[in-house]
Design a protein around this ligand. Structure first.
Ligand SMILES: *[C@@H]1O[C@H](CO)[C@@H](O)[C@H](O)[C@H]1NC(C)=O
Ligand SMILES: *[C@@H]1O[C@H](CO)[C@@H](O)[C@H](O)[C@H]1NC(C)=O
Ligand SMILES: *[C@@H]1O[C@H](CO)[C@@H](O)[C@H](O)[C@H]1NC(C)=O
Ligand SMILES: *[C@@H]1O[C@H](CO)[C@@H](O)[C@H](O)[C@H]1NC(C)=O
Ligand SMILES: *[C@@H]1O[C@H](CO)[C@@H](O)[C@H](O)[C@H]1NC(C)=O
Length: 670
């Protein structure tokens, strides 16, 4: 689409250019051809009072219907002027004017005559007054002979009006005067102008050699081409006429009448480049301008194409890269098409948003009649792509009943999407803290205990159970979903946000992944996730679920890290009333032994010293009763950094040998 648009734009431009050049170079000469005349042609002509088109012909002095045609004179011109000569270029145009004359006597004797004319001007008023009769509409008594007349005429005279006139059937050349400079009788040439038949006349002027030729013959004559002109004379029209002239006819009647008709007219002339002059000048100006424009636009186009291509290949590269990375992972999840996911989510309708995370939003959708959750990463390409790869390669290979299942993914047009199974009961956070449990769903102790055990299993699986150790790095109530049977499902691998803590922390400006309240105190010192930080977050989660309290704010002045729920429980533990910490909303309806175990395990996991925390494996064994609870100090120990590893201690030795505080391959990709 984009390329096509550009190309058609360019071709349009080239078309315009060609048309423009054509217009500029157009041969601008006067030529026309009328085989006959109709009313439709009227606008092509300028006439005086008594001239008009009627009966398929030009009636130069009117027809005889009803009105008197005595003492009339008239003129008719073609509406466009002709460029006859050019002073600066010292050039004169050539022209051929061939027309069919039909003169019908209307009285006996008849009169007066008709003429082909070139005049300075045209128009209703431009005919001299009193130019009827012998004046043929060319001049009048006063103006006869005046060089101001600027008129050239070839007269076809049907009356001998003066002594000078040869006869009543002659052709004369008139310049500003009715007294012809040259005249020829048609008597002995087989042409009778007054027989009401078509007479063909041709006036040919050669502007190069300044020769005027006049031909006359009857329309039924043959071999006219070889015929000699009746008049052939040198004549420089540019001495008598202005540079631009109007071409037409004049005619008159007097006391004797006739109909003066022109039945056809063919006019051709040469171009002497007057208009080209201007056009060429324009061309000289415009060609460089246009060339520069074309080069510029071409450059822009080429640059754009290059840029698009580059961008496309980049995007493709990234897309391929993502695909390769994902396909390389053991079990490749399904790749979806963007249009399907768009349809599934109502084109990412905000109404379908289930939740927002640090790097995207999660929308509800319907894929093949199945409810799904679609995570749409924010359009922050590189980070989003990393998150997507992390998420798809990590969780895509994991299969555990307490993990949210990944169904597929999509990367198209810069959209990064991951599709999960839909969790109808939403997040644990909502269920614990949302007071309106309108669905009649109450998180009783059994469910809470089940959630804690489920998450413990999931984390044990992540840390110890799968091929490579996976750190979730963002364990919290809002990342735990409850499925339709209220089983806990750990989700949102990769939705973990990064928290900028520079300026607030005392040493580190490193970015630390996780959520405030769930982050182990040492996180800020080591600046990375470890198995122990996951365990700490699990401990916070356990206390949160059991007590129905939010983790609370993190306050960390120097060596004084506090977390309200931990402090709260530990304080109750100190006075031997730990069981009071259990959520009051449970109304004391719980298994006390279990509850105490859970709370103490939570505190153990939240031990400020990472070395003292149990591993997830141990935690799970404690929950299942395979192991006894570890001893924890009655008073919450202060956080000391660097933490002291216990001297080869019994219980935790096994987890220590795994080198817990050394950085572990972080599969989440950040
Ligand atoms: C035509 O004009 C002449 C004078 O030029 C005049 O004698 C004659 O009466 C006029 N005829 C008509 C019909 O007006
Ligand atoms: C114009 O051209 C004619 C020949 O075509 C030449 O005789 C004449 O001198 C030229 N006039 C001028 C002013 O150049
Ligand atoms: C006029 O006609 C003659 C003879 O046919 C021809 O040679 C000449 O080119 C024509 N001139 C124009 C301007 O048409
Ligand atoms: C001849 O025509 C001119 C211009 O139309 C006009 O002013 C003048 O009066 C006319 N002469 C006669 C004798 O009618
Ligand atoms: C021309 O035709 C007219 C009308 O037909 C006729 O009266 C006249 O005598 C003819 N003239 C010549 C010279 O043949």
């Amino acid at each position: 689409m984009y390329y096509l648009g550009k190309i058609s734009y360019l071709t349009n431009f080239v078309h315009l250019l060609i048309i423009f050049i054509f217009l500029v170079l157009r041969v601008d000469c006067l030529s026309f051809n009328y085989q006959n005349f109709t009313k439709q042609n009227e606008n092509d002509f300028i006439t005086t009072e008594h001239s008009y088109i009627e009966f398929g012909a030009i009636q130069v002095t009117g027809d005889a219907r009803g009105t008197s045609i005595s003492n009339l004179s008239g003129r008719i011109w073609y509406s466009q002027p002709m460029n006859l000569w050019n002073r600066r270029k010292n050039r004169t145009a050539s022209f051929n004017s061939t027309f069919v004359i039909n003169i019908k006597p209307e009285s006996d004797p008849w009169g007066e005559g008709l003429a082909f004319i070139l005049t300075k001007e045209s128009g209703y008023e431009s005919i001299p007054d009193e130019s009827y009769g012998q004046w043929l509409g060319i001049v009048n008594e006063t103006t006869n002979g005046s060089s101001l007349n600027n008129i050239f005429a070839v007269e076809f005279d049907t009356r001998k009006s003066y002594l000078d006139d040869l006869d009543d059937n002659h052709v004369g050349i008139d310049i500003n005067s009715i007294n012809s400079v040259n005249q020829v009788s048609l008597m002995d040439r087989g042409v009778n102008l007054s027989r009401a038949v078509d007479v063909i006349a041709s006036v040919q002027y050669d502007g190069e050699s300044n020769i005027l030729k006049v031909y006359t013959f009857m329309s039924n004559e043959t071999g006219v081409n070889e015929r000699n002109p009746i008049i052939s004379m040198p004549l420089d029209l540019s001495s008598y006429l202005p540079e631009d002239v109007f071409v037409g006819f004049s005619a008159s009647t007097g006391i004797y009448n006739q109909l003066n008709c022109i039945k056809a007219w063919n006019f051709t002339s040469t171009d002497i480049g007057n208009s080209n002059e201007v056009s060429l000048l324009w061309l000289w100006i415009l060609i460089p301008v246009i060339s520069v424009l074309v080069v510029f636009l071409g450059g822009v186009f080429v640059y754009f194409s290059w840029w698009r291509k580059k961008k496309r290949t980049q995007v493709l590269d990234q897309s391929e890269n993502i695909e390769i990375q994902i396909q390389n992972s053991a079990t490749a999840p399904q790749r979806f098409q963007l249009k399907d996911l768009k349809r599934a989510t109502g084109n990412f309708d905000p109404k379908n948003i289930l939740g927002r995370g640090g790097c995207g939003v999660v929308l509800k959708g319907m894929l093949d009649q199945k409810e799904v959750a679609v995570k749409r990463f924010f359009n922050d390409s590189s980070q989003g792509a990393k998150d997507l790869i992390a998420e798809v390669t990590t969780i895509g290979n994991l299969h555990h009943k307490n993990l949210v299942k990944l169904i597929g993914w999509c990367y198209e047009s810069n959209e990064l999407l991951v599709v999960y199974e839909f969790m109808p009961n939403g997040s644990l956070e909502k269920l614990i803290f949302c007071e309106e449990n309108g669905k009649g769903l109450s998180l009783n102790w059994e469910i809470r205990y089940g959630v804690i055990c489920g998450i413990a299993q999931a984390l044990d699986y992540l840390h110890n159970g799968c091929q490579k150790r996976v750190l979730h790095r963002d364990i919290k109530a809002s990342n735990i979903m409850l499925d339709s049977e209220l089983n806990a499902r750990l989700g949102d691998f990769g939705l973990a946000r990064t928290v900028q803590v520079n300026g607030k922390t005392h040493h580190s400006t490193k970015e630390i992944a996780g959520t405030i309240g769930y982050m182990a105190p040492e996180s800020f010192h080591i600046g990375r996730a470890t198995v122990e930080t996951d365990v700490f977050a699990f401990g916070v989660l356990v206390l949160e679920v059991a007590c129905g309290r939010k983790p609370g704010n993190r306050r960390y002045e120097e060596n004084n890290y506090t977390n309200r729920v931990i402090e709260y429980v530990w304080d109750l533990y100190k006075i031997g009333r730990i069981i009071d910490a259990i959520d009051v909303r449970l109304d004391r309806d719980f298994n006390e032994e279990q509850a105490e175990c859970v709370l103490i395990l939570g505190l153990a996991c939240c031990h400020p010293n990472p070395y003292e925390r149990p591993s997830m494996k141990t935690a799970l064994q404690i929950l299942t009763g395979e192991l006894v609870l570890p001893d924890i100090p009655t008073e919450k120990p202060a956080f000391v950094w660097p933490a002291k590893a216990p001297s080869s201690n019994e219980a935790s030795s096994d987890s220590l040998q795994e080198g817990q505080l050394t950085p572990i391959t972080v599969l989440s990709g950040r």
